[in-house]
Design a protein around this ligand. Structure first.
Ligand SMILES: *Cc1c(COP(=O)(O)O)cnc(C)c1O
Length: 423
């Protein structure tokens, strides 16, 4: 017998099965399956890997954060005032400055009591899904979408139901379809605006219709606005504008706008002038969950007032200008890529969705196969649509230096040509 003859011990522990199935639901998990085929050349002149699959800003120098943001964090650290635990909902000055900055775009004033700090927007999603998951509840999620919602809902035993986004209408919500999904156990719907993975930016009118529908169904809206203000087409309107029609929980963070996803600071904001979240005790449930979770680092919380106050408008303008340029490169270059179509020009965020025409490709099984072969043959990483709930599409990230993006898309083009049935 193995182990020197000892009988295999009978351990009482086993993995949590609910977690073993979840890796398929993460972008990181899927990218982990795409990348291993790549063999990088080590000789000088070897082609570099072009990363077009990542979920946020990249390490390219054109996406560096503002020096004022770095100074704010360094100052908070040096002050020696932020070495303790913070209150579980976050430091008051940070919550106040976030409420003031968000209020600028709203028809009413938020107070610091409307703001709860979290470790990035990801923890905000975790908190909200946990706070809502009562027995039998279901939640309406967009397809394609950001699968972290599904993972957090499912892990909390909450049923996820999917409404469609319509590619031909700028990825607007299919409101009739949405209505058909809801029942008395539906608690909320999620929108991601500006959108990941679609690059959509919703109009004032469309957001108004979403609010009316939520009111009719008796549900509230979770508005993931982690890409707020990162728009270069349609102007960004926060969902909170319609908070008096239906209550809105706005989720956000500094990760994307300040291009610092590693700093781990996000928020949940109640946009609810009628106080529905208090009456229904949803806020109590959020606070209780925050009581039993870990907080964002206190010195990052301490830096927030200066970070918001001192970051210059030019920094935001510059980021948006680069995104406008790289989104344009995508839109123009993708027109020349055979066996693909791009139904909607991106107007915000960092992504565009591209449809694969498998009938035109001679030896590609599906989106996963496409991405694995592309990585292997061209050293270009793109995300297969299955990682955003949309089989046989691709998500391309354009937070990449313009020259690398052009290089990557040229390689995508020659890959498609090489595998195309028509030449
Ligand atoms: C990146 C992203 C998040 C997570 O943001 P963090 O602040 O980095 O946790 C949440 N939602 C969407 C749609 C995202 O793209």
């Amino acid at each position: 017998m193995e182990n020197g003859g000892a009988a295999l011990a009978a351990w009482n522990f086993a993995p949590n099965d609910a977690l073993l199935g979840l890796t398929v639901l993460s972008v990181r998990g899927v990218l982990g399956r795409v990348r291993p085929g790549m063999v990088e050349g080590s000789d000088a002149g070897a082609r570099p890997v072009v990363p077009l699959g990542h979920g946020g800003p990249s390490a390219f120098p054109c996406f560096r954060t503002a020096p004022e943001a770095v100074d704010a964090v360094a100052g908070a650290l040096r002050s020696g005032e932020h070495n303790s635990y913070a209150a579980c909902i976050g430091l008051e000055p940070a919550r106040r400055s976030i409420s003031q900055s968000l209020s600028r775009d709203l028809p009413y004033e938020l107070s610091s009591d409307d703001v709860y700090l979290t470790s990035g927007c990801a923890q905000a999603i975790e908190v909200v899904c946990s706070a809502l998951a009562r027995h039998g509840a279901n939640i309406l999620l967009p397809r394609p979408g950001y699968l972290f919602y599904e993972a957090r809902a499912v892990f909390n035993n909450m049923e996820a139901r999917y409404f469609d986004l319509v590619p031909e209408r700028g990825w607007e919500v299919d409101l009739d379809g949405l209505q058909g999904l809801a029942d008395g156990n539906t608690v909320a719907m999620v929108i991601v605006n500006p959108g990941n993975p679609c690059g959509n930016v919703y109009t004032y009118e469309h957001l108004g219709k979403i609010a009316e529908m939520a009111r009719k169904l008796g549900i509230f809206v979770i508005a993931d606005e982690v890409y707020a203000h990162l728009t270069f087409g349609e102007k960004f309107v926060p969902m909170g504008v319609f908070g008096s029609v239906a209550p809105v929980l706005t989720l956000g963070s500094i990760s994307k706008r300040w291009v610092v996803p590693g700093w781990r600071l996000g928020w949940i904001v109640t946009n609810d002038p009628n106080g529905v979240f208090h009456k229904t005790k949803v806020v109590d449930s959020i606070k209780s969950y925050l009581d039993i979770s870990s907080d964002p680092p206190t010195f990052v919380q301490g830096a927030i007032p200066q970070l918001i106050k001192n970051t210059k408008q030019e920094f935001f303008n510059k980021t948006v200008e680069v995104l406008r340029q790289t989104a344009d490169i995508c839109w123009e270059k993708l027109k020349g890529v055979s066996c693909t179509t791009c139904p909607s020009r991106p107007e915000g965020s960092m992504f565009v969705m591209v449809k694969l025409d498998l009938s035109c490709l001679k030896d590609i099984k599906d989106d996963m196969d496409f991405c694995c072969r592309l990585a292997k043959e061209e050293l270009v990483v793109v995300l297969p649509g299955c990682a955003v709930g949309y089989k046989n599409w691709l998500r391309i990230t354009f937070t990449v230096a313009p020259s690398s993006l052009e290089d990557g898309l040229d390689r995508l083009k020659s890959f498609c040509l090489r595998h195309s049935k028509r030449k």
